[in-house]
Ligand binder design. Structure first.
Ligand code: ADP
Ligand code: ADP
Length: 226
């Protein structure tokens, strides 16, 4: 089954700007997929639509066969999203931020705490569980966003420029965390404007430019063409 199927997706913002001009994308279950493109290409718009934060203009989006038009609730349950901006309450404690998120998905408290602990540990944040989010470094906040996105155990994890502004050492540790997660069966889609990041992580790649997909291939074929 496809984790994600996008057909003819367009987005025209209120000011008339056409950010997406008819996008088709297929991401297979278990894939590690990169959406690569320069700033302004339409990556965040695409992710915003998949995660129901942005309304599409036309086209269709299905997540594990659930249409965003007719089964949005089921689609949302299958996705964990890590947006670019830190959007948690800076005054809330790290552990509570992750557990509270689980509550939005109706996950029982005991189970939520268990999963929160598992991901905070694997992301190196367990020691910080009682700190307020504002006390964390930038790299730690980034990892907190990932733990929170995983707490309902979504089948598909989507990350928008996950290592933007992150130093090389942390970038590598995030890469190995994501690689492990994918090996354990999670489908992952990330956006990036570094080919190097896509190359290090992903098996398939689509390149987006000015709201159009200009390349859609597996990483090996792309690299052999460069
Ligand atoms: P990327 O994530 O690839 O940098 P975005 O999806 O954020 O690209 O943006 C694509 C284009 O849409 C950009 O030119 C951006 O300026 C424009 N855009 C984004 N949000 C809005 C908005 N709310 N209104 C008008 N234009 C927007
Ligand atoms: P900064 O944002 O100031 O760079 P970081 O959050 O990057 O601070 O790093 C804090 C520490 O956590 C670093 O020593 C880093 O190596 C470590 N670290 C980063 N990612 C992980 C991880 N996935 N597992 C364990 N430790 C990690």
């Amino acid at each position: 089954m496809n984790a994600l199927t996008i057909k003819g997706l367009t987005k025209t913002y209120g000011n008339g700007f056409e950010a997406l001009k008819g996008i088709d994308l297929d991401v297979a279950e278990g894939d590690f997929f990169a959406l690569l493109g320069p700033n302004g290409a339409g990556k965040s718009t695409t992710i915003g639509i998949i995660s129901s934060l942005v309304n599409k203009t036309a086209g269709s989006v299905e997540v594990f066969g659930h249409s965003l038009d007719t089964a949005r609730g089921l689609a949302k349950l299958s996705i964990g999203v890590v947006p670019q901006e830190f959007n948690f309450n800076q005054f809330e404690k790290v552990f509570d931020i992750v557990v509270t998120q689980a509550g939005y998905y109706g996950i029982p408290a005991a189970k939520a705490k268990q999963t929160a602990e598992r991901y905070l540990r694997s992301l190196g944040l367990w020691d910080k569980r009682d700190n307020q989010a504002r006390e964390l470094s930038g790299g730690m906040k980034r990892r907190l966003m990932i733990a929170r996105a995983l707490v309902h155990d979504p089948q598909l994890l989507i990350l928008d420029e996950p290592t933007a502004g992150v130093d090389i050492e942390l970038r590598r540790s995030m890469w190995s965390f994501l690689t492990e997660l994918n090996r354990a069966g999670k489908t992952i889609i990330l956006t990036t404007h570094y080919l190097e990041e896509a190359e290090a992580l992903c098996r398939r790649i689509a390149i987006i430019d000015h709201g159009r997909i200009v390349v859609n291939t597996d990483m090996k074929s792309l690299l052999s063409r460069l």
